[in-house]
Write a protein that binds this ligand. Structure first.
Ligand code: BEZ
Ligand code: FE2
Length: 401
């Protein structure tokens, strides 16, 4: 059903505009300055301190780790990895539909209408089908041992097929993820990337998250060496950094973290048209340092990662952490960039048509309420500082929350 709302401010994905009327059904039909609007339609009025945003997009989370709170060890990446290997089975058993749905609801409360779910086992598929949000469902491939590649690939293909199931509104986009350069054999990575290319699927990979990963990939040494000796009886990395990067040369990929990438590596992947997901709280908790976002000119998305390395999936908690972590430079400009990083830039990372308010785009919208009316030069900052939850959420034009 066609509806109209009036807002005293909206962010269209690129800029703030004052006093607009948005007409929408499942898609946005028009966005018109209130003083020149002439359609005969009932208008719901959200003037004063309300601001309309495109539904927020969280490009990277792991629902299968929904129940972790204090089990995994924080502070050092390799110690965390040991704890993941030790507790992964138990955590995945605990993560029932109810626990994973709670994560979706938590995201929805903060205004997230689309998210990217990394699925290691396919345990989260039913929840992703049920949740009202749109999901880019990244079937993950992992495995560095050559003799296991065939079995892992066939399990992977089955999960991809399952995720291609058509839900009523096709709200799950099947996608693929390569776990990381240290954990995926290049033969497996190549096969998986071929599938993504053939089926034109979004693709993502964790990349250069820790110093230990860098040392391992560069010299097969450092803190990861005893880990690989103990669990895989190997003393050699299966990929080097440049070789791994080149696997993705002709398919736009979302690179997650990149905290330990050099300026040259960041330059390389951006020149190839790739995008980057930034998870500041995860990076801090696993001892991985700060992503130098000053060196990033491609679309950058701020994302929560999962409960495996975070204490909430509220996108505003993540934006506030970003604001604190990147303490150099102009505060209001950073805040503006961060708002884009969960709207129009995040949409580019997921190849989604959401993330902007424009004619013919999906009516995925979020209403945020601020303590008072705020001028456009500081509204991004105050949105980040003061928002705990969305006041109202629409997905495809329907009120969801
Ligand atoms: C593997 O399956 O080869 C792997 C998994 C986690 C970390 C490293 C390697
Ligand atoms: Fe992750």
């Amino acid at each position: 059903m066609k509806r109209a709302i009036k807002v005293s401010k909206l962010f269209d994905g690129y800029e703030y505009k004052d006093d607009m009327i948005v007409v929408f059904d499942n898609k946005i039909e028009s966005i018109t300055p209130a003083d020149s609007f002439s359609q005969d339609i009932e208008i719901e009025d959200f003037s004063n301190e309300y601001i309309l945003y495109p539904g927020f997009i969280n490009t990277h989370t792991h629902l299968e780790f929904a129940t972790n709170r204090t089990t995994l060890k924080y502070g050092n990446f390799v110690e965390w990895l040991y704890s993941v290997i030790e507790h992964r089975g138990d955590l995945m058993n605990e993560a029932d539909d109810e626990a994973m749905m709670k994560c979706c609801k938590e995201m929805l409360n903060s205004g997230i209408t689309t998210f990217g779910a990394i699925s290691s086992m396919g345990l989260d598929l039913q929840v992703c089908k049920k949740t009202p949000q749109k999901v880019v469902y990244f079937n993950e491939a992992i495995g560095s041992v050559p003799s296991a590649v065939d079995a892992l690939f066939s399990d992977f293909k089955e999960r991809v097929t399952n995720s291609k199931c058509t839900t009523p509104k096709d709200k799950i986009t099947p996608a693929i993820a390569i776990h990381s350069p240290y954990s995926v054999h290049p033969i497996l990575a190549k096969r998986v990337i071929e599938i993504a290319k053939d089926l034109n699927m979004p693709i993502s990979t964790h990349f250069l998250e820790s110093k230990a990963e860098r040392d391992w990939l560069e010299n097969s040494s450092g803190e990861m060496a005893p880990f690989f000796k103990e669990f895989f009886n190997t003393d050699r990395a299966v990929n080097n950094i440049q070789g791994f990067l080149e696997l993705f040369d002709d398919t736009q990929t979302l690179f997650i973290h990149c905290t330990q990438a050099t300026q040259e590596e960041l330059q390389y992947l951006q020149n190839k048209g790739h995008t980057i997901a930034h998870c500041p709280r995860s990076n801090r908790l696993l001892g991985n340092g700060r992503l130098s976002i000053e060196n990033i000119f491609s679309p950058l998305s701020v994302a929560t990662d999962g409960y495996s390395s975070n204490w909430s999936l509220n996108i505003f908690d993540e934006l506030r952490a970003s604001l604190m972590m990147h303490s150099l430079g102009d505060l209001n400009k950073l805040a503006f960039r961060l708002i884009r990083s969960v709207t129009s830039d995040a949409a580019k990372c997921l190849r989604s048509d959401a993330g902007v308010l424009n004619i013919n785009r999906p009516a995925d919208m979020v209403l945020v309420k601020l303590p008072s009316k705020i001028p456009n030069d500081s509204v991004a900052l105050h949105t980040i500082l003061h928002t705990q939850k969305a006041e109202r959420v629409w997905i495809d034009g329907e009120v969801i929350n």
